[in-house]
Design a protein around this ligand. Structure first.
Ligand code: PLP
Ligand code: COI
Length: 341
């Protein structure tokens, strides 16, 4: 491994988008049911070598995480609640019969990948360094059963807004023919297999001018589940509503943080099933996730109905300002959510 490269990376900080850029270093650890996890090591960014029969390639035995490192106004670099990603990954590992990554190793890996790619952390307010931990069955398997061997890899990419225009309200369409997850399935964990089936409906909606789709529940096709790869919120008066975690919805760390933050701001938060008709009658709506942060929803098209929410609502804006202020270190973090690298 060479010395970390100094100097400015070849990035125009003013035009970052949510797209892939190769950075300097990544973390790789190998594990197996027999011998547990190796310590892992930082290596130069490079392709992985896998058998064509690797369990992840054939049967999708894998999960990913997503988190961001940010530069504070005084130049420090922090992560946001990384232990929550570690715990969600452990939950996913159990669901997909993979060996869990110990929390201490997960945190060490994301901290060291951030540190080794420090020059790629955008200046404060210009974007973030997105960290992508992945865990998958790496050894060959012909029958459908868990792999013997696993890899845990963390790489990093500098990113800008997930939806074009950042805080510009997005237009969404309710998917009438597709669902993201069914009861008893894997919707509650970040299984890699949850994502490819959404590409076709999402691509279609985008080609028709929408930013993303809203999924309803797979049983009654009545309750809001998620917005593509982000959680859904709507606001009526002083009350915030978000779909309760029923097992088919990903328990977002941004979602949890918004719930905690809103309560601390004196707002009422109700986690329950949210009928789409109720959501359409709300004053404000937004979606939330690591990539999406808080993205205001400007309109929702559902069958013959199109509901317009107008410009960014005051509750959405207040939550956005407070959450991004804490995340980026511009305002004090009373929750102890940020971890310095
Ligand atoms: N829902 C789905 C399906 C996701 O993939 C994500 C992204 O991780 C989220 C919601 C938001 O979760 P988080 O806030 O932890 O990024
Ligand atoms: C995230 O918000 O981190 C996600 O994983 C969403 C998407 C990029 C898959």
């Amino acid at each position: 491994m060479g010395a970390p490269e100094d100097g400015q990376p070849p990035v125009d900080w003013d035009s970052l988008t949510f797209s892939f850029t190769e950075t300097d270093r990544m973390f790789v650890a190998n594990g197996s049911w027999d011998s547990g996890w190796s310590d892992g090591a930082i290596i130069d960014f490079q392709p992985l070598q896998l058998s064509p029969a690797a369990c992840v390639l054939n049967y999708g035995q894998g999960l990913f995480e997503g988190m961001k490192a940010r530069r504070t106004p005084d130049g420090r670099v922090t992560l946001f609640r990384p232990e929550m990603n570690a715990r969600r990954a452990a939950e996913g590992a159990r669901r997909l019969v993979m060996p869990e990554i110990p929390e201490s190793m997960f945190i060490r890996a994301v901290k060291s990948v951030t540190d080794e790619n420090r020059r790629w952390v955008p200046p404060h307010g210009k974007g973030e360094l997105y960290l992508r931990p992945i865990l998958f069955g790496s050894s060959a398997r012909l029958g459908v059963s868990p792999a013997d061997e696993y890899m845990f890899v963390v790489f990093a990419v500098p990113v800008g807004p997930y939806f074009k225009g950042g805080m510009t309200p997005i237009s969404l369409r309710v998917s009438q023919n597709h669902h993201r997850a069914a009861p008893g399935g894997s919707g509650g964990v970040k299984a890699i297999g949850n994502y490819a089936p959404g590409m076709m409906p999402s691509k279609r909606a985008k080609s028709e001018g929408y930013s993303e789709i809203i999924y309803l529940d797979a049983v009654e096709h009545r309750y809001v589940e998620e917005v593509g790869a982000a959680n859904f919120f709507c606001v009526k008066g002083e009350t915030i509503y978000t779909p309760e975690l029923t097992g088919t919805i990903l328990p977002g760390i941004t979602r949890l943080s918004i719930i905690e933050l809103a309560k601390s701001m004196g707002l009422e938060v109700i986690e329950e099933k949210v009928p789409i008709d109720f959501a359409l009658g709300c004053d404000e709506a937004f979606c939330a996730g690591t990539a999406a942060v808080i993205s205001p929803i400007g309109s929702i098209q559902h069958g013959d109905v199109e509901e317009n929410f107008g410009s960014v609502g005051k509750t959405t804006l207040a939550l956005y300002d407070r959450l991004t202020g804490i995340m980026g270190g511009a305002i004090e973090d009373p929750f102890d959510w940020t971890l310095e690298v």
